[in-house]
Design a protein around this ligand. Structure first.
Ligand code: NAI
Length: 438
């Protein structure tokens, strides 16, 4: 179902009318395309406090020309606030951004860089945490499709894939996020435009919706994609695999089967580099009306099968070193949603799984584990939501519109990137900074 309100506000009379009525003003978001892969305008690099980061070479490789405060419009502003250690240096954040916010173009980016919180220094921890409130507040007020995110990092080189993502049109629907990036050497691809060349990705629930977009995006990035979906969707899965090319294949399989992990390992005998747990279902009812069957069917697809197949694939050594797992949570799991005790529990469980498994999977297998948590995404699933709830879902976020499957797919591709080895245990919302939950 198309977002007619978004089309209306793109016309001059529609904009005039909706402004007069005080209604939300969604901006058409700039998304990635092969013809138009970068943001338009310069990148301004600012610093608050004394920073030890060697950021300039990494920023130069984003491809955005370096700008000054006189550049207008600016495609992006990166504010290095890693050296902010007290309230006085925190004031430099205000001083740096206050004069330039107005110059940031529509669909532009503001990225703050923060330091890991120092538990031994409560002044540093306080002001570094303050950056989160600042980021989320600016994200809510900035408008015009512009996004604001905070990256906590220890090392600029390890954050290159993250900065490239956030400073590009690929992150159009990611705002108000705090992303932690560790330190250490990361793999740098020979070709940043096909970073997954030579790698095999398996996407569950990929015959349609978000999973299909993920499969397409990973194939664009060079991966050989295995499209897994239930046997009833085999035809769509095969059609998609044929469209993707590059050796893509279909794997008809119900992931709730007790031996699903073993069957995946047998179906992809050369091993998996990128495992995307995307398959998911909803069966909504308030708890008073929810049967045990409704509960267990959702928990089985969304959580138990994710746990089971992940364990089985590790046990069989089917996940190759340098591998990536990206699971699909939901803002309903982080914030809760009426009628979704089963779904919310399953998706919060995914976030718990990711946080607990990530350090161990990286240490023992060289595999990172992260989650995407979509907000309101325009799919068949959300088209079936009753009109008023659908409209509320679309507008109740800082960008005042729903996201597209490709927004989740681009975020997944960043987490799956070979250079994202220092991004681990993160749950990244793709929700346009939904007003639901923190
Ligand atoms: P969808 O219903 O369009 O697609 C889900 C796919 O998973 C279908 O192709 C389905 O056949 C497959 N699937 C279901 N059970 C399966 C099983 N047992 N074995 C193998 N495949 C199975 O859903 P959509 O919207 O694309 O969602 C994808 C993921 O994103 C799900 O995990 C969903 O919970 C999550 N999500 C979606 C949001 C949205 O706004 N659409 C919001 C938040 C999370």
């Amino acid at each position: 179902m198309a977002d007619r309100y978004l089309s209306l506000t793109a016309t001059a009379p529609g904009r005039f009318l909706t402004r007069r009525l005080g209604l939300p003003q969604p901006a058409a978001l700039r998304r990635w395309s092969a013809e138009h892969p970068s943001l338009d305008g310069d990148l301004l690099h600012l610093t608050a406090g004394a920073s030890a980061l060697d950021l300039a070479p990494v920023l130069a490789r984003t491809g955005l020309p370096s700008g000054s405060s006189a550049s207008s419009p600016l495609a992006a502003v990166v504010l290095d606030a890693t050296g902010v250690r007290d309230v006085d240096t925190l004031a430099e954040v205000h001083a740096a951004l206050h004069p330039v916010v107005r110059s940031v173009a529509a669909s532009g980016r503001i990225v703050l860089l923060g330091a890991p919180l120092d538990p031994g220094d409560h002044h540093q921890a306080a002001v570094q945490q303050a950056l989160e409130g600042f980021t989320r507040s600016l994200g809510k007020e900035i408008g015009r499709g512009r996004t604001v995110n905070l990256v906590r990092l220890a090392d600029a080189a390890a954050a290159e894939s993250t900065l490239r993502f956030l400073l590009s049109p690929r992150s159009a629907y990611v705002s108000g996020q705090v992303i932690g990036v560790g330190a250490g050497a990361v793999a740098v691809p020979d070709d940043w435009s096909r970073p997954l060349a030579g790698r095999t990705a398996l996407v569950t629930g990929a015959a349609r919706g978000i999973g299909a977009a993920v499969a397409e995006t990973l194939a664009r990035d060079g991966a050989r994609v295995v499209v897994l979906d239930v046997p009833a969707a085999e035809r769509d899965a095969r059609d998609l695999a044929a469209r993707l090319g590059g050796g893509a294949g279909a794997l008809p399989l119900d992931i709730t089967a007790a031996d699903a992990g073993e069957r995946i390992a047998a179906g992809v005998p050369d091993g998996i580099d990128v495992l995307i747990h995307n398959a998911g279902v909803t069966r909504d009812r308030r708890l008073v009306n929810m049967s045990a069957e409704r509960w267990s069917s959702v928990l089985d697809v969304n959580l138990a099968s994710v746990l089971r197949t992940t364990d089985a694939l590790f046990a069989k050594g089917a996940l190759r070193p340098g591998g990536r797992i990206v699971a699909t949570a939901s803002i309903a799991g982080l914030a809760g949603n009426a009628g979704q005790t089963n779904y919310g529990a399953s998706k919060a469980g995914v976030a718990g799984l990711v946080r607990a498994l990530a350090p161990r999977a990286l240490a023992e297998h060289g595999v990172t584990v992260n989650a995407v948590a979509p907000g309101f995404i325009e799919t068949k699933m959300t088209a079936a939501v009753p009109l008023f709830i659908r409209e509320a879902g679309r507008r109740m976020n800082s960008l005042a519109q729903g996201g597209l499957p490709v927004d989740v797919a681009e975020t997944t591709a960043w987490l799956a990137h070979p250079a994202s080895g220092a991004v681990n245990g993160q749950v990244v919302r793709v929700c346009g900074q939904s007003l639901l939950g923190a």
